[in-house]
Structure formats: structure tokens, C-alpha cells
Design a protein around this ligand. Sequence first.
Ligand code: DNO
Ligand code: MN
Length: 410
Amino acid sequence: MRQTWRWFGPHDSVSLRDMLQAGVEGVVSALHHVPTGAIWTPQEIAQRQSEIAQLPSGAPSGLAWEVVESLPVSEDIKRQDGDWRAHIAAYTRSLENIARTGIKVVCYNFMPVLDWTRTDLHWPRPDGATCMRFDLVAFAAFDLFILQRPGARDDCPAEIADLATARFALMDEGARAALARNVVFGLPGAAQQVTLSDVRQHLAAYDAIPAQRLRAHFIDFLSEVVPVTERLGLRLCCHPDDPPFDLIGLPRIMSCEQDFTTITTEVDSPANGITLCTGSLGARSDVDLAGMMERLGPKVHFLHLRNVKREGTRWPGSFYESRHLEGDVDMVAVMDAALREEARRKAEGRADCSIPMRPDHGQDILDDLSRAAQPGYPAIGRLKGLAELRGILTALSHPTIRAPSTQFWP
Ligand code: DNO
Ligand code: MN
């Protein structure tokens, strides 16, 4: 497994040196400043590559840009309207430009309107750490009373609506504004101040698009893009919905193992793969992550290894991002299955047998608590997660534990 780390570019408060000290082997990055639907030019890609390859002192960092996350899919492509054809052409051009640089893995997602969604970005834990959390009741309060979405009442179970009503009544203006900010944080372009009326407009545009139709659009997109991707020697890998259930009336179609099986079977190619994010799918108790790694192994091109703790038994329900080895995901079992997949690839003589993984998010701990970073992406919390995962990797790869026939290191 390749130990990678997400870097948001030169403005990221977590530096290349931080990554080196964390023992990172490869970098995951994206051109966040390029608008969705536009082409990633060779110049822009080359600039990010050199920003990663060189420390501010000018010395080589020894790191390279190994995974693109994300090359975003536009809302027009998802809805098949507006400029969707031009956006697919641009997507293909971006893939060509990425392939020329030697990067092999490109992650993306197919969530309409919202990307990952939380109600708390810094939820206090008893030990003083903070983490991200999705609280079903707070989210219902957002939907019912802040967004005031027509239809929200019908989608919400009565007892949750009652709790949300009581909760909202207790929130002061500051708490209400913070909730609105936290929820829309995952919106594309949220940094440029997305308003609630923008969200409402987005929602109206999806009125006539139920899950079945969204899935058909996804398959159309893949049918156009995957053959090019395969020819270029690249591997696309779709990130699961996060959380993996419908939100604010929008369909989500990449939320369980069956969704991934369907999509990778409909457009069957080594270039059409999966980002197995254990944190996203771990919010559901009915997803067997180690089994999924085992069954869909050849399609898994990228691993996001983080953990969640589900709160209660209700589904869909609340959850928080726990320490990497302490939530509901059996991380050892997932990593063991991933190591077996790597060993199979090695036995087949494949060049791409090492799967890139990253600790994904981390809790804010120690000095993270006084150093601003992208929510979920602090230096020390992720370093700790990566170190714990590395420990598992080292142990599981050790000859006293692993039979030589299933060994794969690195
Ligand atoms: C959540 C994170 C996401 C992810 C994008 C991928 O688990 O990994 O921010 O990066 O949704 O497209
Ligand atoms: Mn993830």
C-alpha cells in the first residue's frame, strides 16, 4: 500500500515538511481553483507538480503528485442539461493532460449538489479533541427551518421532526448561522459564499431527476469517458456518497456495495474503478467493507482509510468521525483484504499492484486545535491516523503473520 496524503496546494496550512515528517510517500491533490467544467491545462498541472516536488527552500521534496482528487464532474453532466457535452469534452481533455504527466489514478464523485455533508465541523470530544459529525436531528432542523425545503416535512420521520423542532427552538441566531454554514460547506464553490437561495436553485434543477435517471446519466458519462481513460492508461475511481443516503430530497446512487457492483459491471473496464472510503460507507451498518474489498478488489484503485462511530441504531442515522482504529469499521480486516488483493496483483505480474491509501480525515488534536486547517484535514490528527494504519500494515506484512505466498511489501 502506498501511504499518501491530501494536500490542498501552497495555501494549505499543512506543509510539505509536515508531510515528510509524517512519513508520507506520495501526494494527493487537485486544482481546486479551476472551475468545474473547465479544462485542466498542462501548465496548471505542471505548476502543481513542481509545487509538490520542491520545498520552498528550492530543495527537492522527494514527493510527487500521485493521485488526483478530485477531478469534479459538473452538475450539468449529472443532470444532462446545459453545457454537459462541452463539459464531458473538457473532462476528457483534462484526463489526457493528466495522463501525460505520469499520474495514474483519478478520484471523483457523483453526488448531486452536495459533496460530503456534516452538521458539525469541530465537534468536541471528551478528551478535548474535535472531530466532524453528522447529527440527523440537526440536519433535519436545517432542512425544515433554515432551508425550508418544500417536501422536507414528508421526508422526515415524525419523531425526528419533533426533536428537530425542539432543538431549533433552543438554538440562538449564532448557532443557526453556524449550522447553515457547516452544512453548505461541502457544496462545490462553498468557499465563494454559497447562499441558501443558491442551494434552493440547485434543488429545483433536480426536481425531475430521480435516482434511476441519475444512474442512467452516470452510465452515459462513464461510457464516454472510460474508453479514453483506459487508452490513456489511467484509472478512474468513484468516491462513495458521504453520508451514504439521500439528503434534502436529492438522490444518491453510490451508497452501498451493490451500487458499485452495478456501475463497474455496466461499464466494465480496469479504468472504471472504486475509491473505497471506509469512513463514508462505514456510516451504514449493512456494508461489509472487508468483504467489499475482497469481492471488488481488482476494481479498487484508491483507499480512504478512516473510521466512524454510528450513534444509535436508526437508519439513516447520526455518526461522528472516530479515531482511526476505534469506530465501527474493522480496519484490520479491510487492510488484510487489501493486502491480499495486492498479493494477487503481484502474482499476476501487474505493474500497478500497490494501492494508494490515505488516512482521509483526522480529528483535531494537540496543536491542531490552535492551527487553522481545512476541516477534517489537520496535520497531527491525520499523522496519528496514518501512523496507526502504518502499524497495522507493518504487522500484517510481517512474515510471522503473513504466509510468504500472500506477502506483498511495499
Ligand atoms: C470524504 C472525503 C471527500 C472526498 C471527495 C472525493 O470522505 O474523502 O472529501 O475527497 O468527495 O470526490
Ligand atoms: Mn473519503
